[in-house]
Design a protein around this ligand. Sequence first.
Ligand code: MIG
Length: 666
Amino acid sequence: MIRRYRFGTMIPTDSVVQSIEISGENPPFWQGGPTRLTYRMQPEDVVYGLGENLRGINKRGWHYVSSCADQPIQTEEVLSLYGAHNFLLIDGREQRFGVFFDYAGRIEYDVGYTDIDELCVLPADENYEMYVITGDSCRDIVRQLRRLTGRSYIPPKWAFGYGQSRWGYRNADDVRQVVRSYRENGIPLDSVYLDIDYMQDYIDFTVNKSRFPDLAALAAEMKEQHVRLVPIIDAGVKIEPGNETYEQGRENGYFCKDEQGNDFVGAVWPGLVHFPDFLNRDARRWFGRRYQVLLDQGIEGFWNDMNEPAIFYTPERLMQAVHSVAALDDPDIAMDKYFSVKNQLGTLINAPEDYAKIRHRMDGETVEHEKVHNLFGYNMTRAAGEAFEEKYPDKRILLFSRASCIGMHRYGGIWYGDNRSWWDHLRLNLKMLASVNMCGFLYSGADIGGFGADTTEDLLLRWLALGIFSPLMRNHSSMGTRPQEAYRFTRKQDFANLIGIRYGLVPYLYSEFMKAVLTDDMLFRPLAFDYPGDEHAPQVESQLMFGEGVMIAPVMEQNADGRYVYLPERMKLIRMRSTSDYEEQVLEAGHHYVRAALNEVIFFIRPGCVVPLADAAQCVEEIDTEHLRLLHFAESGTAEYRMYDDDGYTRDYEDPANIRVLRVTV
Ligand code: MIG
């Protein structure tokens, strides 16, 4: 059951698609007023939710801020990442309920940080709506939230293949070289991502002609090899006469304004930029249609970056800082003075003072950016998503974003931004898969191998062994870090086999993904969602349920030859080295140490369940879904798998012919 409460006058977010009557009473469970809501937690209560965020699947013991942030330093003390996902699910022995804050401003969540038994929610003002959801189970509560906020985005099937990305591929030959190396080493590949270097001076919807003389021809050449090119689009539009996007935006008044009503100026990669006002319907429509420039060159997917929005600096504040530096004309200065100037430079990026100056036009009214900050990236992606739907009603285009908010999940997926090549970020990747699923982001994933810092062969192998389950499976890294394409390391065959296992699992992954989307369910679930009575399940932060029939438990410690695994029930262990080389072993419920070498993937099949496995393939289009091996844990009788499979490219999701029943009889 969903109850809706309204406080003050909310700015529309379009996050909710279902209309529910406003309730007259006070929200149940909560004490206090709209800008300070509290809930007294029992010691055993688990708090799930908050989507893309730091720390555990259980959010207890820390505080978090919903405010989309360009945050490349993702350490434990950080409060916000790129997404603002205002959903909490309190799973207690006495009470179980979910709460969704439909609000575009900043919210602080104190989940037992100040007082270990108190949950406190602090929205920046009282103009928002709140939905309190009760239900039979965690899964049921999530399903209601998802029905409330609308069906999740579905990418084309090729986007379930493995993708290679790197900030620093300089030109068409670099791209060809990457693809050639993958193919020569027999390592599967479906996509190569183009980072900002493909653009002319970082101008959106342009292509640098000396680096990529003919993008359309390159896209066609790649497609013949079953590889799609996926260019990045940044939020900032370079201020430069002759830049069509700039000219059109300025003429039509489509850019965000400053306090004086002039087009707001910030600096990002292109230099000085304006930001399209994605909250203005007309501007959104216009910007979305600009993607056509690349679609016309055969591009079928995009990633939207820098849309928190990231602002390196604004001219005024940079100049103030430059003056402060210039004033230091003596090397023997007082240290406090030195540090204050040094810090001043550090405060230029993503500064609250700058965000405070931005103004939007929403339905004819001027709105301060701070009040709608969390809608910006959402609406950039919505702009593209709506334009694609309008132009190609029957075709799926790959689209995912860095910044997001609940509601955006209808238009695109997300990646988790600038992580590092740290074992800890591998563990964080697993936790986030479950948390973002609750909020509707089913197509998602982290930069495999780590974006910042130097990766290692063992870290990349282990990360891939998790990544093979992640719908977005993309290896991405930053300029200046150690190259981390799968063929760069010595154990090339292991990489080929591991990534090959992903292709073997695509029939199951795709089927479970689609079923989750079509029934507003989760693809990845914390163990306690499936085993509600289990005492130990709520403690498990390093294993997830994956689709209906599988539990995953990747090795995430360096130098480990295996890991401890908790089995809430008897399950079948699959230890796989390639799609044709694996062994099976039935394990009883309880705690086990399970070995998994660097070249092995382990996962578990639940009783009565079937997992179809295809032969490895070099790309999604070559997966043979007719000849499937059926892995299963049926000890007697018949087990069934309802496999969802469609053409993968159109939008005819409801066709009953998309379901095939596979049977195993023992
Ligand atoms: O300031 O385009 O998160 O994936 O490679 C960095 C360069 C801008 C941040 C993205 C990252 C991308 C990088 N971008």
